[in-house]
Design a protein around this ligand. Structure first.
Ligand code: AP5
Ligand code: MG
Length: 209
């Protein structure tokens, strides 16, 4: 199965993608994670996109589409994949159609007040990228990853200014994809406010139908 995870910043796309891959054996492809890895490794792409990502703007469509196209040429396993955070503009969605048909689009619905609390309390592991929240999913030991003992950090784009910018960019450029995919009969709305396990149950139920 080939899925798109759509939703505002902080809606839980990454958290649910991790759970769903553990349950189903699907592969998660997160454009945000691929860009952050490129920045960390100081590749040519990483140097180009660093400032854009830290400010919360979108990376140009040509670069993003090329990245996803390349990634999908590599192995994704026989259980299918989840595109987490791609497409994010109509132009990206049009481009995706030319190289990869999609089975369903999961749209995580979470109100803005919750989004801001989620993003400002998010922490990630520098080593294994596991995600935490200081209040909702705290690690056993503050600042340390439960899974690998790595150091936890706050993403640069989780600053108050970048969060506001990401929410505006989402409203202007990504939200129109909800209607785009609804018209195609692919959209499934999922309430993203219950616990991650409950949200993941709802996704599993929806895609089994
Ligand atoms: P990306 O990394 O995709 O960022 P985003 O879309 O802003 O989404 P987030 O990763 O912030 O949120 P999420 O929905 O994954 O939430 P999470 O599960 O972490 O992209 C970063 C940047 O890369 C973009 O701004 C852009 O510059 C660039 N980029 C990426 N894709 C691009 C594209 N296609 N085109 C152009 N540019 C692109 O959860 C958030 C927090 O909430 C966590 O702390 C988590 O623990 C907590 N949480 C999650 N679920 C729950 C729950 N159910 N209950 C309580 N807490 C929860
Ligand atoms: Mg994410």
């Amino acid at each position: 199965m080939k899925l798109i995870f759509l939703g505002a910043p902080g809606a839980g796309k990454g958290t649910i993608a991790t759970r769903l891959t553990e349950r189903t054996g699907m592969t998660a492809v997160s454009t945000g994670d691929l860009f952050r890895a490129a920045i960390k490794n100081e590749t040519e792409l990483g140097l180009k996109v660093k400032a854009i990502i830290e400010s919360g703007d979108l990376v140009p469509d040509e670069l993003t589409v090329a990245l996803v196209k390349e990634r999908l040429k590599e192995e994704t396993g026989d259980k299918g994949f989840i595109l987490d955070g791609f497409p994010r503009t109509i132009a990206q969605a049009d481009a995706l159609k030319t190289f990869c048909p999609i089975d369903a689009v999961i749209n995580f619905v979470v109100p803005d007040e919750k989004i801001i609390k989620r993003l400002s309390g998010r922490r990630l592991c520098r080593q294994c990228n596991a995600g935490y929240h200081i209040e909702y999913m705290p690690p056993k030991q503050e600042g340390i990853c439960d899974a690998c003992g790595g150091e936890l950090y706050t993403r640069k784009d989780d600053s108050p200014e970048s969060i506001q910018n990401r929410l505006s960019v989402y409203a202007e450029q990504t939200k129109p994809l909800i209607d785009y995919y609804r018209k195609e009969g692919l959209l499934i709305d999922i309430d993203g406010t219950p616990s991650p396990d409950e949200v993941c149950d709802a996704v599993c139920k929806a895609i089994a139908q």
